[in-house]
Design a protein around this ligand. Sequence first.
Ligand code: NAD
Ligand code: DAU
Length: 380
Amino acid sequence: MKFKRTIVITGGAGFIGSHVVRLFVNKYPEYKIINLDKLTYAGNLANLKDIEDRPNYRFVKMDICDFDAFYQLMQDEHVDGIIHLAAESHVDRSIKDPFTFARTNVMGTLSLLQAAKLYWESLPEGYDGKRFYHISTDEVYGALEMNHPEGIEPPFTTKASSGAHHAAYGDDFFYETTKYNPHSPYSASKASSDHFVRAFHDTYGMPTIVTNCSNNYGPYQFPEKLIPLFINNIRHRKPLPVYGKGENVRDWLYVEDHTRAIDLIFHQGTVAETYNIGGFNEWKNIDIIKVVIQTVDRLLGRTEGEDMDLITHVTDRLGHDARYAIDSSKLQKELGWEPSLQFEEGIEKTVRWYLDHQEWMDNITSGEYEKYYESMYAGR
Ligand code: NAD
Ligand code: DAU
């Protein structure tokens, strides 16, 4: 079968990547979608069971640092688009093992860029119709001040009736123009990869796009991250390790809203631009944790809130960023994107999904992961 385009999605077996692969495979049968993933601890092909037999889907097990193998794949498949999500993504792991983050996030991204450059520049049409889309994070901007520690009242909607947005816990947002100021080895490695992507546009004219998104939540997230970890612990009545006082603020976006933005930007975004993606949805960790406890309790038929005593304050994360809040007005104005789900709706859907997919969770939380989790929290 002849396809209109061939797109490589890196990290497609991970949390966000699996949602992107699913959307593209379903929505664009005329595209060939190649999911390129090394299958690290975070990669799980069970995330894609429903689409693995589709004629426009191919899985390739590959390390993004393997330049030769990727260059060969570009040539064999005539790849014209790359959506790059593969990364080491967990801040706590980066604090313990920064080298792996530099290798994958920096050298891996550079390897993809260089292979794409060599292949695309070898074609008669050059960069015409090509796209290298790099998925990054709001953490590259550093941390925002907490100027209104009490914030506004739940449900924390930050859209004023005028249509303008106001921040819930401070005076400012991260804008596309905010100076990079990463603090963790994870965010430093992502910042570095963003710079390389932009450098390939500025130096060689590669058609690149970078987006910086806030915290995602939803199905298929690896249970080392706050929301799935806590849902599973509440279910099994295990302690909930809240770092410090739980006052840190994150800006949460339902993963399918991120995925819709990626689709839109890949097709309609302007080359060399940066777009921030976020839901104007700031929450303190401790408030989110309470909502998650109440939701799990209710859906399991327990008395709502009876598991609040699982909350256990533990030693804070080193260099823990106080507050993230993304201003996504540019994306909303220029491409008409808006988050589709209210947070309460998204959390209900998410908790329900994890409770209904216990086997998916058990497959991950047994064996090696269990050992890692215990060692991670041993010192706290
Ligand atoms: P994840 O950890 O769930 O998945 C990462 C995937 O990348 C896994 O499938 C893993 O096997 C693969 N991978 C890792 N190293 C690789 C390598 N060397 N070669 C090939 N594949 C490799 O991550 P996620 O949460 O889905 O994040 C995806 C991307 O989105 C990352 O680039 C991350 O920085 C970015 N991001 C994440 C969030 C979030 O809230 N999760 C928010 C903004 C941006
Ligand atoms: O902002 C986007 C980023 O969001 C992404 O780039 C990262 O890949 C993603 O992991 C996420 O980073 P965070 O560090 O914000 O996510 P995490 O789920 O690890 O933690 C969310 C908050 O909860 C953070 O303030 C730390 C806190 N936390 C986390 C864990 C795992 C706890 O209090 N206890 C925990 O056990």
